[in-house]
Design a protein around this ligand. Structure first.
Ligand SMILES: [Zn+2]
Length: 174
């Protein structure tokens, strides 16, 4: 991404960081809906105003744009990442901006988790046609797992290592 925006465009763009109905978010919603999942959008009473809220699963889903939310960008990797190329112009400004966005995201996730919510973050790049199905199947597994957590299997199901303790074979009479 090159920095070719006018200040005005940039401002408009930035004010949409956490805006509703972004395209990647729509892809997620469409998939969930067509697979029978129901959800609420941008619920204000839930901390961080997640994009998608699935109360029965006590799960908040964020669909993050790779650039604005700094996918793969860390303090030590301020050159940007494959997904989030920091513009050469005004580099310092962008680095600060994106790191701040990341911090705010992390803070939101933390508050949610402290309030008993599970957080799922889906990145824009994980919704490309070639990978969206795989991504959403993973999300589905996470959702089901979150549902299990709610039903609280307090006692973990004992895990039997078959190599250690071979189970007796059942002998059937012929
Ligand atoms: Zn990405």
């Amino acid at each position: 991404m090159t920095d070719t925006m006018t200040p005005e465009q940039r401002h408009r763009c930035m004010s949409h960081i956490r805006s509703k109905n972004t395209k990647p978010e729509l892809k997620v919603r469409k998939w969930l809906w067509s697979h029978g999942y129901r959800y609420r959008l941008n619920v204000k009473s839930v901390p961080g105003k997640p994009d998608i809220v699935m109360r029965p699963y006590r799960t908040a889903i964020f669909v993050n744009g790779c650039f604005w939310h700094g996918h793969g960008v860390t303090e030590s990797l301020v050159q940007g990442s494959r997904c989030c190329k920091i513009p050469q112009t005004n580099r310092e400004f962008w680095v600060k901006k994106i790191l701040r966005n990341r911090e705010r995201d992390q803070e939101n996730y933390r508050v949610l988790q402290e309030n008993g919510w599970q957080v799922i973050v889906i990145w824009e790049c994980q919704l490309k046609p070639a990978v969206i199905e795989h991504t959403m199947r993973e999300v589905e597994v996470l959702l089901n797992n979150n549902m299990l957590l709610l039903y609280k299997c307090h006692e973990p199901i004992p895990y039997i290592n078959e190599e250690d303790t071979p189970l007796p074979m059942a002998a059937e009479n012929e």
